[in-house]
Ligand binder design. Sequence first.
Ligand SMILES: C[S@@+](CC[C@H](N)C(=O)[O-])C[C@H]1O[C@@H](n2cnc3c(N)ncnc32)[C@H](O)[C@@H]1O
Length: 320
Amino acid sequence: MTSLTAARREPWKTDGPRSVPQAFPYQGSKRALSAQILSLFPDGGPTRLIEPFAGSAAISVAARRYGLAGDVSLSDVNGPLMGLWQRIIDDPEGLVDDYSRMWTEQQEDARAYFLQVRDDFNRSQDPTLLLYLLCRVVKAAVRYTKNGAFNQSADHRRLGAKPSNIKQRVFEASRLMQGTELHSESYEPFLVDAPRDALVYMDPPYQGTTDVPDSRYLMGLRREPFVETLQRAVDNQVSFIVSYDVVRDDNKYGLKLPDELGLTHRHVVVGVSSQATLSGRSEMSIESLYISPALVQRLGGEDNIDARIDVEPADQASLF
Ligand SMILES: C[S@@+](CC[C@H](N)C(=O)[O-])C[C@H]1O[C@@H](n2cnc3c(N)ncnc32)[C@H](O)[C@@H]1O
């Protein structure tokens, strides 16, 4: 690594991903990446943070946990998911009570209970039922039919997090996320109209190489309009970071974001992937981060970015 200059900051050190509460299980959570992303927060006090593909909002929770975010705004097209965030923030006791009741009720016939709750959720869209489903489904992964019905199956080997565990997670997340602005809308205005002193962190659903809708989340993301919207945000000098996976679970490579956007692209090593561990191989999981020119400038240039996320420029080349 080239030598540090006075303006450089050492990589951000967290107490590890487990030091940050995850209010509810959610596939695609970026908890494991939080240290590298927090390293890219501008200096000079808590940042206004906008997370328009919120999901379980791992980065916002981590940023609040470490005092790096002031005002936080979360949005996700999944309405019941944002309803769940509303309850976590406004009524954690009631939410945990409801979860505890459901967790106990299911003991008699867990399979039938799960199916009943899934049907009820598809009728009512009740966020509390979504919490139960997220705790019970395979890999904490939401799956939807073309018509928007939740259709993921239960993991029958376990009954979901114990109420005492959920209580700890929900209470802690609730405390950290007080005052958060919540929306359930598509991401575009939150990105394009973001104030210049804000930071927008985006973790869109991975689209792969085609434009088919993504059943993994309520709404897939078409690549071309996404790229056009990023361009508008670049033109508006918005500071943003996008996580955009290049290496997928199945080891296929997706498309990079186009060079014309002028984003700074860095790979970060997240650690041994759970897939690899299961199959006995020791493999690193590589994530892609794209950083907007306005943020690169606020951070003092690309060299500073490498120092902050602790990567060797030479390593970057070998990862392509
Ligand atoms: C990869 S997940 C985000 C996970 C998140 N980083 C976390 O820590 O849990 C992507 C999220 O984007 C949401 N989403 C999909 N299309 C969207 C859109 N057009 N606007 C806003 N959110 C969208 C999905 O519902 C999903 O929750």
